[in-house]
Design a protein. Structure first.
Ligand code: KG4
Ligand code: ZN
Length: 360
């Protein structure tokens, strides 16, 4: 083949239906159909509604991705699909579509781990070379990984309860701000004073780089109720200050734990150290800024993919698929949809259930 294989990527593991066409490091199209409006009345993602919406839209989404790339379906070389971890109904919808396309077209099928998609994104966007340290931080996940190859991940630490995105979403709910909470809390925090309320920085007193975020929402809830009891309600400024205080706590914990992860990582990988961040919360500018400063202080290069490739998308799945395809790692029709699928199979599970169901 005198060109990079043309890979169709399909993603449906949470509440974004997505399809993309990627060739090498070139993203020919990336379509993301969000479902925020469908879940807005419920204060979170409803798995059954998400699965139905994926089933209804996946083929339209693939059609649009092909059209935007100007590529006929017959010209793709392989189909990469998220096979987990995630909400099982959605993952199943994507896997079934991918199997149908693979069988109908006679093209290879590649099952991709959603988290590997996030973790390999800095290679797609910036051509980062292995190994690098990754902070994967989203609505369902939070972990530090050494990424040494398309299938070689070592977990250095992670959250023992909520993921930071989940904490942003819950904070938004507590304060009556729209979902997803990350962008609305960040916008409100811009008008706020982060010093007015001091929220806890959990687990900083403990060695290592495991984290905890579930206590933060309780602290926000208590502070909100105290303000309501005192003043009879919340002003816009109260909301902004609560958001700023919350975001500062998340930023400080993630930055301090990243400092420790860097120390662990550098012990093993002293040459040309690099930190990359990915996942929806990596869209947060306060966090990016703090991590950039930390990297400048500690002599690491810092990579953060553009926002549209930080949140869930199918270009990252197609790209991860292309790395597996190059290794001959294709799947067959027994490919299973997996709600749980840890990247580092040797690491013990850290957490229970969250927004995306059982977490990896
Ligand atoms: O990676 P992603 O799209 O889906 C998962 O795999 O979870 O991440 C979505 C999460 C949501 O919880 C959302 O609130 C959070 O990322 N998020 C943000 C921002 N944008 C999205 N969190 C903080 N600041 C943001 N700007
Ligand atoms: Zn994700």
């Amino acid at each position: 083949m005198d060109r990079f294989p043309l890979i169709l990527g399909i993603e449906s593991s949470c509440d974004d239906t997505a399809a993309a066409l990627v060739s090498g490091r070139q993203v020919l199209s990336s379509v993301v159909m969000g479902q925020n409006a469908l879940h807005a009345d419920f204060g979170g993602v409803v798995p059954e509604i998400a699965a139905r919406a994926h089933a209804e839209r996946l083929d339209l989404c693939v059609e649009q991705a092909l059209q935007e790339a100007g590529v006929p379906l017959q010209e793709i070389d392989a189909i990469a699909v998220t096979a987990g971890p995630g909400l099982i109904g959605g993952v199943l919808s994507g896997v079934m579509l991918a199997k149908g396309l693979s069988a109908g077209l006679g093209k290879p099928l590649i099952g991709v781990n959603h988290l590997a998609g996030h973790a390999l994104t800095p290679r797609l966007t910036d051509g980062l070379v292995f190994p690098y340290l990754m902070l994967l931080v989203s609505g369902g996940h939070c972990q530090f990984l050494t990424v040494s190859g398309p299938q070689a991940f070592t977990r250095l630490g992670g959250t023992i309860d909520d993921a930071p995105g989940e904490a942003f979403d819950k904070t938004a709910r507590i304060l009556g701000l729209p979902q997803p909470g990350g962008p609305s809390v960040e916008a409100a925090a811009k008008q706020g004073d982060e010093k007015r309320f001091r929220f806890p920085r959990p687990l900083l007193d403990r060695d290592g780089c495991d984290m905890s975020f579930s206590g933060l929402k309780t602290a926000i809830l208590r502070q909100r109720d105290a303000l309501i009891a005192e003043q009879g309600g919340l002003t816009g400024q109260d909301r902004a200050d609560l958001c700023a205080g919350f975001q500062a706590a998340v930023r400080d914990v993630l930055t301090e734990k990243t400092r420790r992860a860097i120390a662990l990582y550098q012990g093993e990988n002293p040459v040309k150290p690099a930190l990359a961040v990915a996942g929806g919360v990596a869209a947060n500018m306060a966090l990016r800024g703090a991590l950039e400063t930390l990297c400048a202080q500690t002599g690491l290069t810092f990579t953060a993919p553009p926002l549209r490739l930080c949140t869930d998308n199918a270009a990252m799945i197609a790209y991860a698929g292309s790395e597996l395809f190059a290794l001959g790692e294709t799947s067959d029709m027994t490919l299973a949809a997996r709600p749980r699928w840890p990247l580092d199979k040797r690491a013990a599970p850290l957490v229970g259930s969250g927004k995306k169901g059982a977490k990896a």
